[in-house]
Design a protein around this ligand. Structure first.
Ligand code: HEM
Length: 427
C-alpha cells in the first residue's frame, strides 16, 4: 500500500491502456484487491478514502497480478468503481453490465460448462435462480439446517471452552461452516481436508499447474459423486440438483456440473474468512464483545455490521455495449471491478461509515452484492454467524489475542490463517 494515499501516489503510466482511457484515471489499485496484508484493527479502513470526493467516479486499474489474472497473463486493465451509487448501478443495470463467464476457472483445463448461476445473465439466469432459491430460503434453513448448525457449533465450542484457548481461524472458522456446507450438499465428511486443499490451490496458489491439478481432482470427484446420487438419490442438495427439473425438463450434464461446481466454489471458505475477521475485530476491540454479550438483541444488527465492515469479495462485470458514463467512453467488452469495501464505507450512503454500529438501520451493504446475482447463500451465512455469536457468548468469557500472535490480515478472502485466542476458563 502506498505510504500516503493520494491520487498522485496511485497514478501510473500504462502505455498499453486503450486510447479512449483518460491518462489521469489510470492507477495501480492492486493493493486494494485483498492481496496485501495489514495490521489495522479495521483492515478495510484504507478503502474509505476510495469512496471519497477526491476520487474520480471512474478509475482504470492496470492488470491484476494475482488470482486468475496472474495465471492467464491477462494484459488488459479494467475500470474500477468505488462509490456506492456507481457500484449499485453496475450490479443492477443488466442492459449495460454482464456477468457472463464469471468464475470459469474450469476453462484452464479446457472444460466448457458455465458456472451456474453466477456466470449466466438475465433473463436466462432466473430459471436457475428459481430452481435453487427454495433450498436456501430462511424457512428452509430454520427447518432443515438450523438444528444442525446449532449442534455443530455447540459441540465445537464445548470442545475447547475449558482449555481457555483456541486457534479460531484454523481450528474453528475454517472447519465449522464447511461442515455445515458439506452436510447440506451430502458430501462425505472424509473429503474435508482434500476439498480445502483443492479450493486453496484454485483460488490462492497463483500456480497454473496447481490450479489445473486441483480442478481436475475436484471435477472428477464431483462428477463421480453426482453419478452415484443419480443412481441412489438421498435427501441432500446434490441429489436434488442431479435429479431435479427446470421448467419440466431434466437438467443437462453441463447444467448439473455447472451448478454443483459453483456451489462447491462459493460455499467453502467465504463464511470461514468472515468468522476469522469477526473474531479478530472483537479480540482487538473488546468493547464490541461487551456490547454484544450484554445486549443479545443486537446480534442480528452486529452480524450485518461485521458483514458491512468486512466485505471479503469485490465483484467484476463487463460492459455489454459502447456507452458514455461520467463523461468517459466505455467500450463493449471492457471489464469493471466494483470495490465493495469502498462502497460499504461511502459516507454519501452510510452515516459515520467507520463506526461499528449494531443498531444501524437500512444497512444495505454490498458484501453479498446486489441485483440478480445477490449471494444465494446469504441467509445461510447470516444464520451461521448469528447462531455462532449466541452460543459463543453463552460459553466463552471475554477473550483476547494470545500474546505474541501475528494479527496481520489480508482484507479479503485470503483473510488470516491462524488466530490464537485466549480467555480465563470458567471455574
Ligand atoms: C459470508 C459469506 C459469503 C459471502 C461474503 C458471499 C459473497 C458472495 C458474493 C459477493 C456473490 C456475488 C458475486 C458476483 O456477483 O460477482 C455471491 C454469489 C453467490 N453465492 Fe455467496 N457468499 C457467502 C456465502 C455463500 C454460501 C455459504 C453459499 C452456498 C452455500 C454461497 C453461494 C453463492 C451463490 C450460488 C452465488 C451466485 C448467485 C447468483 O449468481 O445468482 N455464498 N456470494
Amino acid at each position: 500500500m502506498p505510504e500516503q494515499l493520494t491520487l498522485d501516489s496511485i497514478r501510473v503510466d500504462f502505455p498499453a491502456a486503450p486510447q479512449h482511457v483518460p491518462k489521469d484515471r489510470i492507477v495501480d489499485l492492486n493493493f486494494a484487491m485483498g492481496n496485501v496484508p495489514n495490521d489495522l484493527i479495521d483492515p478495510y479502513e484504507p478503502f474509505e478514502w476510495l469512496a471519497g470526493p477526491e476520487i474520480p467516479r471512474l478509475l482504470y486499474n492496470i492488470p491484476n497480478q494475482s488470482g486468475l489474472g496472474a495465471v492467464t497473463g491477462s494484459s488488459a486493465g479494467n475500470w474500477v468503481v468505488t462509490h456506492y451509487e456507481d457500484i449499485d448501478r453496475v450490479y443492477t443495470d443488466n442492459a449495460h453490465f454482464s456477468n457472463k463467464g464469471a468464475a470459469e476457472f474450469q476453462r484452464l483445463i479446457g472444460e466448457t460448462f458455465r458456472s451456474i448461476p453466477l456466470g449466466v445473465d438475465p433473463p436466462e439466469h432466473s430459471k436457475y435462480r428459481m430452481f435453487l432459491v427454495p433450498y436456501f430460503s430462511p424457512a428452509r434453513i430454520s427447518r432443515d439446517l438450523e438444528p444442525r448448525i446449532r449442534e455443530v457449533v455447540v459441540e465445537m465450542i464445548e470442545s475447547f471452552a475449558q482449555k481457555g484457548e483456541v486457534d479460531v481461524a484454523w481450528d474453528f472458522g475454517r472447519v465449522y461452516p464447511v461442515r455445515i456446507f458439506m452436510g447440506l450438499m451430502g458430501f462425505p465428511p472424509a473429503m474435508f481436508e482434500q476439498f480445502l486443499d483443492w479450493e486453496w490451490d484454485i483460488r490462492h496458489s497463483g500456480s497454473l499447474e496447481k490450479m489445473q491439478a486441483a480442478l481436475r481432482g475436484v471435477l472428477e470427484f464431483l462428477r463421480r459423486f453426482m453419478a452415484e446420487k443419480e443412481k441412489n438419490p438421498d435427501e441432500f442438495l446434490t441429489s436434488s440438483i442431479v435429479n431435479g427439473h427446470i421448467q419440466g425438463q431434466k437438467l443437462t450434464e453441463e447444467e448439473k456440473i455447472g451448478i454443483v461446481w459453483f456451489l462447491w466454489l462459493g460455499g467453502l471458505d467465504t463464511v470461514a474468512a468472515t468468522i476469522s475477521q469477526m473474531f479478530r475485530r472483537m479480540a482487538l476491540q473488546p468493547e464490541i464483545q461487551r456490547q454484544l454479550r450484554f445486549h443479545p438483541e443486537l446480534t442480528n444488527g452486529a452480524v450485518e455490521e461485521f458483514l458491512r465492515t468486512q466485505p471479503i469479495l469485490s465483484s467484476s462485470r463487463s460492459a455489454v455495449k459502447d456507452f458514455e458514463w461520467h463523461g468517459v467512453q466505455i467500450k463493449a467488452g471492457e471489464g469493471f471491478s466494483c470495490l465493495n469495501p469502498a462502497g460499504n464505507f461511502d459516507s454519501a450512503r452510510f452515516a459515520e461509515p467507520r463506526v461499528f454500529d449494531p443498531a444501524r438501520t437500512g444497512n444495505r451493504h454490498f458484501t453479498f452484492v446486489g441485483g440478480v446475482h445477490a449471494c444465494l447463500g446469504a441467509h445461510l451465512a447470516r444464520r451461521e454467524l448469528r447462531v455462532l455469536l449466541d452460543e459463543w457468548f453463552a460459553r466463552i468469557p471475554e477473550f483476547r489475542v494470545k500474546p505474541g500472535a501475528d494479527t496481520a490480515v489480508f482484507p479479503g478472502l485470503l483473510s488470516i490463517r491462524n488466530l490464537p485466542l485466549v480467555w480465563e476458563p470458567a471455574g
